[in-house]
Ligand binder design. Structure first.
Ligand code: PMP
Ligand code: GLN
Length: 431
């Protein structure tokens, strides 16, 4: 009986192969080992801006009781209006809030609606590596076939390595495209590298998308977190790209409220209808109070977009100082950090330490998994293994790297530095 039940109720084929999740595994690892310093999953460990949480409090106690009931399915009117207003300014094109914007349950659902809403059996989808892991699972579930184009580190002679050193080979990129290509998925700024794509790189991608009639999905959840002098260029603004781009954002990243799980997608109405279909038959509508509070927050920022007080301009400055503490600590620990141009993660080469750690009790296939688990358990410092962001065929490119999240209190970043410093001193005393 049990075996026939198991046979009949096994995981549907379309989900098979997507069972392993670095997030599930490493969040559990943190629960089990309670590291002193958890720089794994990406979220701030300090409060969001007060006006954002005040907005939610205001909504919760509002006399308008309808703010606690269902709202418009494709997006709460006040929020889609604010989003359309913001991006109309930024991309210099008048967005229609009702047909060109969709709000979702986090950027995850925006990605899901875009991918499931466009990919058919046998369609090919090009994904730039390192990639956010859910892209692959979502494409597979839709019956699509992933084609991976890796960013590889090139040598620089400046000493310190930066995310700008990670590039794709233009020939390899060209060879990825064919008649079956349906989607190109780009993550700019990139998680985990922090790469902020240059105009020339985006133009190469755009030209190929146009040549092969391909839809570009641009995951821009870290759009506001870009360190000077780098500039975030939205691929939808390149000539001929609006027509074939869906851009995705996240309130979690924009306002430092990852637990609110609110995202959005914007793009031309004829493409957005496909996302609407998935959304209306999946969650149908998002949470009203959260959407109202995010709308209020956007409205505030819209009044001061170019000022220093604007949170979108303040956040990267605040993070740049944290990034620099982290770089120093990693260098002092003999690791080789890759300085990010954007985002709040830093990838670092741990291979100089390989001879100093005993990983034999860790059984994972890839050394970065073994190293990160050892470090959580032995030193109490948690990071994320970077092979999790590469396809099987290219994992070898990432096995010497670990990702640390630095949107943390300065005290906690210093704690990480302290752990590394003490560890290094203990190694010396054993020599
Ligand atoms: N894309 C990228 C690149 C991410 O790092 C994340 C994680 N926050 C998401 C999408 C999902 O965002 P959300 O939490 O809004 O669903
Ligand atoms: N995007 C976040 C990160 O990269 C959160 C991941 C998650 O919770 N799935 O750490």
């Amino acid at each position: 009986m049990a075996s026939s039940l198991n046979q009949k109720f096994g995981l549907p084929k379309r989900y098979q192969g997507s069972e392993k999740s670095v997030w599930v595994e490493y969040i559990q690892l943190a629960l089990d080992y309670k590291p002193i310093c958890n720089l794994g999953q990406g979220f701030p460990d300090y409060p969001p801006p007060k006006y954002v949480t005040d907005a939610l409090a205001e909504v919760a106690s509002s006399k308008n009781c309808l703010l606690h009931q269902y709202t418009r399915g494709f997006g709460h009117p006040r929020l889609v209006n604010a989003i359309a207003k913001l991006y109309s300014k930024i991309i210099e094109r008048n967005l229609n809030p009702n047909t060109e914007v969709l709000t979702t349950a986090g950027a995850y659902e925006a990605l899901y609606s875009t991918i499931v809403g466009h990919v058919d059996d046998g369609d090919e989808v090009i994904i730039v590596e390192p990639f956010y892991d859910c892209y692959e699972a979502m494409v597979k579930t839709s019956g699509g076939v992933c084609r991976f184009i890796p960013l590889r580190p090139k040598k620089n002679d400046r000493g310190l390595s930066t995310s700008a050193d990670w590039v794709f080979d233009p020939e390899e990129l060209k060879n990825m495209f064919n008649e079956k290509t349906k989607l190109f998925i780009l993550n700019n700024p990139n998680n985990p590298l922090g790469k902020v794509y240059k105009k020339e790189e985006l133009e190469m991608i755009a030209d190929l998308c146009k040549k092969w009639n391909v839809l570009c999905v641009s995951d821009e959840v870290y759009e506001w977190i870009v360190y000077k002098p780098n500039k975030h260029i939205r691929i939808a603004t390149l000539p001929g790209m609006w027509e074939r781009t869906i851009t995705i954002g996240s309130a979690g990243k924009t306002f430092s409220v990852t637990g609110w799980k609110l995202g959005w997608a914007y793009g031309p109405a004829n493409l957005m209808v496909n996302l609407h279909m998935v959304h209306q038959n999946c969650v149908y509508t998002g949470t009203t109070p959260i959407q109202e509070a995010v709308a209020i927050s956007f409205e505030k920022e819209l009044t001061r977009l170019n000022s220093e007080e604007c949170f979108f301009n303040y956040l990267p400055k605040e993070l740049e100082a944290k990034r620099d503490i982290m770089i120093k600590a990693l260098i002092e620990a003999d690791m080789k950090p890759v300085i990010p141009e954007g985002g709040y993660f830093m990838v670092t080469d741990w291979s100089p330490l390989a001879s100093k750690v005993d990983l034999k009790n860790e059984k994972d296939k890839y050394p970065d998994y073994r190293f990160t688990k050892w470090m959580t358990k032995t030193l109490g410092l948690q990071g994320i293994p970077v092979t999790a962001f590469y396809s099987e065929q290219h994992k070898y490119l990432a096995e010497n790297f670990v990702r640390y999240c630095f949107i943390k209190k300065d005290d906690n970043i210093r704690k990480a530095a302290d752990i590394l410093r003490k560890w290094k001193a203990s190694l010396k005393s054993h020599l």
